[in-house]
Write a protein that binds this ligand. Structure first.
Ligand code: FAD
Length: 461
């Protein structure tokens, strides 16, 4: 019997995850990826699934919303999560990865699949269905224009990238290893006293930034504000935010510093480090000057990548997408990833997974119900497609407990216990949905094996 075929546009996190789910359902996939011929302002490599900024997929702690989403993705057989776990580097409770190893794992897992066809070019028109559009926040200009014409304008906001410094260029006598409120020493901490902190904030506020884009007032995502914007919001904003010293004691003084700049390893060899929270639109010479002068340990820092700022395109999902992520204006095309209106690596992956499963079910002649709203997967999907009042503005969203329905009158008062109860409910309610995923897709496509992590890992696809 001839295999069903589908098109995926974009070989990022969402596109790769969607392709993987389709392949597991026995669907033949043609994936169009613009790189390397057309690089976005943030991408630089050749591999699929390139992480453009931080190498962290955020907390893996079981009582956090991102930890819950990871558990659900793992149970649903996510390729991205399996690749991340294989490429993990030490970062305390966060799931941080060696970005090269991560992209290599997942590229290899896809490329070795029978039925996977990679086309290296930018698709500037809307694909013919059945298709999944996952061209990301930096969708190529031609395709953005196509979408703009179809949808009457796409929304956008601005996102910023943090700098990376060479580990060999750090002054290790000025810094100490440690993790906030936990044993272990995965992070490099650059300690600041009150005067040093004030001087850093002052320099950030006065630093020269790139001019705003013509005719556009930058509107930043609150979860990823440029460091200088945070500094400008008030004297204590950084000390209570990315520079908070809670649970850290400098072993050289036995004291808690007033603030710390944290560096997170980019690779297992710890040869390079990301300045956590230092996404910025300062011009490069100002980044070099301010960070070298004002951050202890960075006086001789060699910058492997500078911070920068980029446009971030997304759709008005509640108005433009149907319940299964299909474009109302072109129902054969589903939208996944950041373009669909979620924010973040894992969230983009989650919507890629759902779009892939919905399409796989449809191609098998069945219909897959959305996951329950009480799960992280269902809550994210609901955030996208829930109908809004005419004047209610749609904002992209990271996964958060606030997206899940409350527990009811008997919910625990203690925040930690409440979170654990939300996770337990999500876990219980995901199980029957995963069983439906298995029966719907497996009944038509024998290749699909849900809930089997070994099969979904890159080396044993
Ligand atoms: C500058 C920046 C920094 C970010 N930093 C973080 C961060 O630190 N942490 C975090 O969690 N999230 C971050 N995000 C948000 C977001 O989670 C990531 O961008 C994530 O990679 C989105 O996944 P995606 O699959 O939707 O898009 P992407 O991973 O960007 O993948 C889209 C792919 O589509 C390709 N493509 C584009 N146009 C075409 C076309 N016409 N034809 C074919 N292929 C095309 C691109 O080359 C790319 O490979 C950042 C976003 C931006 C823009």
């Amino acid at each position: 019997m001839e295999r069903a075929r589908a098109t995926v546009v974009g070989g990022g996190l969402a596109g790769c995850e969607a392709a993987w789910q389709l392949l597991r359902a026995g669907v033949e996939v043609e994936l169009h990826e613009a790189r390397p011929a057309l690089q976005s302002p943030a991408h630089a490599g050749l591999l699929l699934g390139e992480l453009v900024c931080s190498n962290s997929l955020r907390s893996a702690a079981p009582d956090t919303a991102s930890g819950l989403l990871k558990t659900e993705l793992r149970r649903a057989g996510s390729l991205i999560l399996a690749a991340a776990e294989r490429a993990r580097v030490p970062a305390g409770s966060a799931l941080a990865v060696d970005r090269q190893a991560f992209a290599a794992h997942l590229s290899w897992a896809l490329l070795r699949q029978r039925g996977f066809h990679l086309r290296r070019h930018a698709l500037e028109r809307l694909p013919d269905g059945p298709a999944i559009l996952a061209s990301g926040p930096l969708t190529s200009p031609g395709l953005s224009a196509t979408l703009g014409r179809l949808l009457g304008g796409a929304l956008h906001f601005y996102d910023a990238i943090a700098p990376i410094v060479d580990g060999a260029s750090l002054d290790w006598s000025q810094v100490f290893l440690g993790e906030r409120g936990a044993e272990g020493g995965d992070y490099v901490n650059c300690p600041l006293d009150r005067a040093g902190y004030d001087a850093l904030c002052d320099a950030l506020r006065r630093g020269r930034c790139l001019p705003p884009h013509p005719f556009e007032e930058p509107r930043y995502f609150e979860g990823c504000l440029p460091i200088e914007v945070m500094a400008a919001r008030g004297d204590d904003v950084l000390a209570h935010g990315p520079l908070r010293p809670v649970g850290l004691v400098d072993p050289r003084t036995g004291q808690r510093p007033y603030a710390v700049v944290q560096l997170r390893a980019e690779d297992e060899a710890r040869s390079s480090f990301n300045l956590v929270g230092f996404q910025t639109r300062l011009v490069r010479s100002e980044q070099r000057r301010i960070f070298r002068e004002r951050i202890p340990g960075l006086a001789g820092a060699r910058f492997l990548r500078y911070g920068s700022i980029h446009r971030n395109t997304y759709l008005d999902a509640p108005r433009q997408l149907g319940r299964e992520l299909e474009l109302r204006a072109a129902p054969g095309v589903r939208v996944a990833g950041q373009l669909s209106g979620v924010e973040g690596y894992l969230e983009s992956t989650a919507i890629g997974l759902l779009a892939g499963l919905f399409l796989a079910a449809e191609l098998g002649g069945a219909r897959l119900e959305p996951p329950p709203r009480t799960t992280a997967l269902g809550a994210l999907l609901n955030h996208l497609v829930r109908p809004r009042a005419r004047d209610e503005r749609f904002e992209p969203q990271n996964v958060a407990f606030g997206l899940l329905p409350a527990l009811g009158p008997k919910q625990p008062r203690d925040k930690g216990k409440r979170r654990l109860a939300l996770c337990a409910r999500a876990s219980a309610e995901l199980t029957p949905w995963l069983a439906r995923v298995g029966s719907v897709v497996q009944s038509t496509r024998a290749l699909f094996v849900p809930d089997e992590p070994a099969r979904s890992s890159p080396s044993q696809p």
